[in-house]
Design a protein around this ligand. Structure first.
Ligand code: ZN
Length: 269
């Protein structure tokens, strides 16, 4: 469904132009997207505490949470509930963000989840979020949270970086090296796993001493995460999705869960 009220010829042309470039910009991500098993293995063993520590400090995270709570006062306190597209449009409109939500069927199709552009371009007076609605509705929600994460962190840090922030449905290890992408993912992760739930789900053993880590998810945590995602977003891996897509979604699930675990283990958030 395209949100007609948000459309204008200049904006449509800009969206088209950004989508056309996705293929070139996301070369590495597209490569990863085609080999989801490999990426899944890589993410599964990475220690996310070591990844977030240099990229996000505690004070920056607190500032991001404060800013996001102007939109969702219950962030990290209560579960974020998926909303219909027209409500996402209403939230965007309150924030003076252009929201375009439409299925994308270009050459890389499902590899693209969406993008965010700050109001730095000539044709763009307000920030722009694009959501690829060809994805599972649960994934569209997560994409929206991620893009709002960009919007919020841009307000906190005062800069969005250049051009469009593409959100590919793979290449999460690349996200990990970019503080702006990681910060946007933090917002999505805190929305999906508020603190009370995270504390139940990810037990942090006392005998770790002073060095926190978040590497291999214990089987019990994995089972709980899967059940949580099924209830929250309606995903059931393997049941109804094509095999490759199922792996791509699984990779995303592992990424957001481990990020959430690391936030708890390192910063007690
Ligand atoms: Zn992003």
């Amino acid at each position: 469904m395209a949100l007609k009220s948000e459309r204008s010829p200049a904006l449509d042309a800009l969206v088209e132009e950004i989508l056309r470039r996705a293929h070139t910009v996301g070369r590495n991500e597209l490569e990863a997207w085609r080999k989801p098993h490999r990426e899944l293995r890589e993410l599964a063993r990475l220690d996310y505490v070591r990844i977030i520590r240099p990229a996000l400090d505690y004070h920056a995270l607190r500032a991001i949470i404060r800013e996001t709570r102007k939109i969702w006062p219950q962030l990290n306190r209560e579960q974020f509930r998926p909303k219909p597209l027209n409500q996402l449009a209403a939230i965007s409109s309150d924030l003076c963000i252009h929201l375009q939500a439409a299925p994308y069927r270009g050459p890389e199709g499902m590899a693209l989840r969406g993008f965010y552009v700050d109001k730095t371009r000539k044709v763009l007076k307000h920030p722009l979020i694009y959501l690829n609605t060809a994805h599972h509705p649960g994934a569209v929600q997560a994409t929206f949270m991620h893009e709002i994460g960009h919007h919020v962190t841009t307000r906190v840090t005062g800069s969005a970086g250049d051009g469009a922030h593409y959100f590919f449905h793979a290449g999460y290890p690349n996200h990990l090296g970019e503080p702006a992408e990681l910060a946007a993912d933090v917002v999505a992760s805190l929305a999906a796993y508020p603190e009370p739930l995270a504390r139940k789900m990810f037990t942090v053993p006392r005998d770790w001493g002073l060095v926190a880590r978040a590497d291999r998810l214990p089987d019990r945590a994995f089972a709980r995460i899967r059940e949580h995602v099924r209830k929250l977003l309606g995903f059931d891996f393997g049941a109804s999705l094509p095999a490759g897509q199922s792996f791509n979604y699984l990779t995303g699930m592992i990424h957001y869960a481990k990020l959430r675990w690391a936030l708890l283990a390192e910063y007690e958030l």
